[in-house]
Design a protein around this ligand. Structure first.
Ligand code: NAD
Ligand code: DAU
Length: 340
């Protein structure tokens, strides 16, 4: 593979993926298409401006002419679609941008790739398309889709479009579905970076409901390694789940963060629950282990300590992303729910 086209490469996972690809192959040409929404930050790829095998193209995946032009110009061996509106709480406040980018944007990409006969397409999806688990069980690739939030419904719709294009047109698409990522460059609206950033400033942390909801945590580098493995060894038409084998209740995660940062439990504030809040996610990733020879490598304790250290050392990055639009969103989301 000498050229790949990545969408959403200025976001959290996309930027980590681009850095991993550069580590693996200094000669790979990487085209990064990003609209630079509130979540897209050029600073996440600082240093790449001087990389002659890296091209940044600012634009919308929903812009058919722009996307076709790029595919014609670069003829990538693979397109990897990270671009999305990715935050559940925002989708509850306004689902419009989720429908537009996650569904319509995916359809535009699929049509353009089909027309240009791009040999490989990978849709980066989420375990949230499977809905919510009770106390027992794991999501497998065969679990029926039952999304519960506007975000997860838009991701499930995109997955179904990929599936339909594979089935109807023999399109060479794959889907990967991963659990909750953590690591450097994650926008401080998701629980781990939000809580670290707040605690570093001795601010309260807003735990939804009773904090009993469970998420499975995976380091972003392990997720990116999985996507790389699927790209190299996955089969068109297939779905691959990735998870970290690390289930934690939100309240236990919060207490670990408090302990690691040496902060008192009085900084916990229980706030009104997220509407429709999924109880539990947990992943069976034996298919990826068996067929892609992939498994998560970074244990949570080490990964979390490194992540905390990264946010401590990059307070300026946090400050910059928290200014402007993000501040308005933060006020709307928590303004009347969180005391000082
Ligand atoms: P993110 O919000 O940090 O980044 C999204 C990126 O997409 C940003 O750079 C943004 O500018 C860009 N973008 C948004 N709309 C666009 C558009 N219309 N055209 C071009 N670019 C656009 O998201 P993330 O956490 O890095 O997630 C990346 C992908 O991985 C998403 O598809 C998400 O659904 C999926 N995913 C995320 C997680 C997680 O835990 N964060 C887990 C599983 C799957
Ligand atoms: O499972 C994969 C998904 O993980 C991805 O598809 C999404 O893009 C990503 O945002 C993430 O979704 P979640 O909704 O699970 O992540 P979030 O960090 O928003 O919330 C994690 C848990 O923490 C969830 O149970 C809600 C809770 N929470 C979250 C926030 C932001 C709180 O208790 N307080 C908060 O302030």
């Amino acid at each position: 593979m000498n050229t790949i086209l990545v969408t959403g490469g200025c976001g959290f996972i996309g930027s980590n993926f681009i850095r991993l690809q550069r580590e693996l192959d200094p000669n790979l040409r990487i085209i990064n298409v990003d609209k630079l929404t509130y979540a897209g930050n050029l600073e996440n790829l600082a240093g790449f401006e001087n990389d002659e095998n890296y091209v940044f193209a600012k634009g919308d995946i929903g812009d058919a002419e722009f996307i076709s032009g790029l595919l014609e110009e670069w003829s990538p061996a693979a397109v990897i679609n990270f671009a999305a509106e990715s935050h559940v709480d925002r989708s509850i406040l306004d689902s419009g941008p989720f429908i537009q980018t996650n569904i319509v944007g995916t359809q535009v990409l699929l049509d353009a790739c089909r027309k240009m006969k791009i040999p490989r397409y990978l849709q980066v999806s989420t375990d949230e398309v499977y809905g919510s688990l009770g106390a027992e069980g794991l999501f497998t690739e065969e679990t029926p889709l039952a999304p519960n939030s506007p975000y997860s419904s838009s991701k499930a719709a995109a997955d179904l479009l990929v599936r339909a294009y594979c089935h109807t047109f023999g399109f060479p698409g794959m889907i990967t579905r991963c659990s909750n990522n953590y690591g450097p460059y994650q926008f401080p609206e998701k629980i781990i970076p939000l809580f670290i950033a707040n605690l570093l400033e001795d601010k309260k942390v807003p735990v939804y409901g009773k904090g009993e909801n469970i998420r499975d945590w995976i380091h972003v580098r392990d997720h990116c390694r999985g996507i790389d493995a699927a790209l190299r060894n996955g089969k068109p038409g297939e779905v691959y789940n990735f998870g970290g084998n690390c289930e934690l209740r939100n309240i236990d995660l919060t207490k670990r963060l408090l302990k690691a940062l040496d902060k008192p439990e009085s900084l916990i504030e229980y706030v009104t629950d997220r509407p429709g809040h999924d109880l539990r996610y947990a992943i069976d990733c034996t298919k990826a282990e068996r067929e892609l020879d992939w498994r998560p490598e970074i244990d949570f304790e080490t990964g979390l300590a490194e992540t905390i250290a990264w946010y401590r050392e990059n307070a300026g990055w946090v400050e910059r992303v928290r200014s402007g639009e993000y501040r308005e969103y933060y006020q709307k989301q928590y303004g009347d729910r969180l005391s000082e």
